[in-house]
Design a binder for this molecule. Structure first.
Ligand code: MRU
Length: 360
């Protein structure tokens, strides 16, 4: 079976992506041809994972420009602002979404200021979306190289959710570090948290690791504490949807418990994030919006009800890991260590200088 590893891409005026809701049993490509549909692809999790959501939203902005009937730049900018609001509302926690739509809108505004006509702005936005998506792959590979340095030879790594090719444009964040360590011949083994309730670990991470022949075992989330206590875990790795200025991290529900048990057992614990996931506007994790998802994710399994009729359900999709539980935060600009308030700001500034072309 020929399968794409790239999660989302632009083709013939459409935003195309792997339908992650159906993996690993069915591999299907889904097409989205309006801004509202692209927003739906994010909300309904055809595509998920913070960097992949960002790239999808960038293509959504390029699509909005193409579909706008505007004949002057100001009308086009007004249509783009409306599209941005539609896309930004799709999911609240991953800051990469608004980071990407803001970058695309700023690009359109800059082009308009330079006197570009509507067709030039349309082309400029498609080029910017492609640039953002391709940069994501490069950034993941850089994070992989930095992160592999802290992975000991023969390490047993525990990993939560899916942070691989499927959560990004390709390669992955925490899974990118795992890939890089494997490619460097470190003979690692991965404990894959199943990640209830949507099973991103069992469905997506296990699929990616097995395709790459990286040694792994799938575990129930509740097995993690025992394995750490038994000395069978050397490193904890996960990604993030948003990192506050003080280093508090929002990630898939269950991450906090992993980090606390890791510290209790003296196990190093790293978040792996592109600098686009760092939100310096929020002082700490208490300000990060936590998405609440539907009851059916908890009370049903693949459409089959497993709890009593009308059971009340509370389903927060993310939790906050306070920064004191993190050994470090691995970014494409190097590994940030405490005090995170300083190291994260410095990483973000280096990344911005790199985008401006001031760094190699
Ligand atoms: O709800 P999801 O599947 O979008 O959640 C994804 C995660 O929590 C990932 O760990 C996070 O986005 C980082 S992935 C590079």
């Amino acid at each position: 079976m020929k399968t794409h590893t790239r999660t989302v891409w632009w083709e013939d005026g459409k935003v195309r992506m792997i339908d992650q809701r159906q993996l690993p049993l069915v591999y299907e490509i889904a097409d989205f041809t309006t801004v509202e549909e692209v927003a739906r692809s994010i909300k309904e999790m055809y595509v998920r994972g913070a960097p992949a959501i960002g790239a999808t939203a960038a293509y959504g902005m390029a699509l909005a420009a193409r579909l706008s009937p505007a004949t002057d730049a100001q009308t086009l900018l007004a249509d783009l602002k409306q599209a941005k609001a539609t896309l930004d509302a799709a999911r609240p926690t991953a800051v990469n979404l608004t980071w990407a739509t803001t970058r695309l809108l700023h690009r359109a505004e800059a082009l308009a200021e330079q006197g570009a006509d509507v067709d030039a702005i349309r082309q400029g936005l498609l080029d910017e979306a492609e640039r953002l998506a391709n940069e994501d792959i490069e950034i993941n590979k850089r994070m992989g190289r930095y992160g592999a340095q802290v992975i000991p030879h023969g390490a047993n790594i525990i990993h939560h959710c899916n942070t691989g090719s499927l959560a990004t444009v390709d390669y992955g964040t925490a899974l990118g570090v795992i890939r890089a360590a494997h490619e460097a011949g470190k003979e690692i083994h991965v404990w894959v948290d199943e990640t209830r309730p949507r099973l991103q670990g069992a469905r997506l991470t296990a699929w990616e690791l097995m395709r790459d022949e990286i040694p792994m075992h799938l575990i129930a989330d509740n097995a993690a504490g025992l394995l750490m206590w038994q000395g069978k875990v050397d490193v904890v790795l996960f990604g993030a949807d948003r990192v506050a200025a003080n280093g508090d991290v929002a990630n898939k529900i269950g991450t906090y418990k992993l980090a606390v048990v890791a510290q209790e057992n003296g196990i190093p614990c790293y978040a792996v994030v592109p600098t686009s996931t760092i939100d310096l506007s929020l002082p700490d994790g208490s300000h990060i919006p936590i998405e609440e998802r539907g009851w059916e994710e908890v009370a049903t399994v693949f459409g089959k009800q497993i709890a009593p009729d009308n059971v009340p359900v509370h389903n927060p999709a993310f939790d906050i890991t306070p920064h004191r539980y993190l050994t470090g935060i691995i970014t494409e600009e190097g590994i940030c260590y405490p005090p995170f308030t300083e190291s994260l700001r410095a990483a973000k500034e280096r990344a911005e200088a790199r985008i401006r072309g001031e760094l190699e």
